[in-house]
Design a protein around this ligand. Structure first.
Ligand SMILES: [Zn+2]
Length: 77
């Protein structure tokens, strides 16, 4: 389900709401009740909390000369 970011101009509260795309957007602030809620742009419903998997950021293992991975002294070691 997409996650939407909202910000209240009344009390500066920022909050996230899960609701289907077909649902009405939130217009009333849950904190102060003001109808000054703005919908913020999100990156396609992908929350920043899902960016913690981090596995793809590690470099690939380098071939080692000891195992002949460099092709026979090509790396100069
Ligand atoms: Zn508010």
């Amino acid at each position: 389900m997409p996650l939407y970011d909202y910000k209240c101009d009344g009390c500066s509260l920022r909050f996230e709401v899960d609701h289907p795309m077909s649902a009405e957007p939130v217009q009333v602030c849950p904190e102060c009740g003001a109808q000054k809620v703005r919908k913020l742009l999100t990156t396609g419903g992908i929350s920043v909390r899902t960016k913690s998997f981090g596995q793809s950021s590690s470099p690939p293992p380098m071939p080692s000369c000891a195992t002949g991975g460099c092709g026979g002294g090509m790396c100069g070691m």
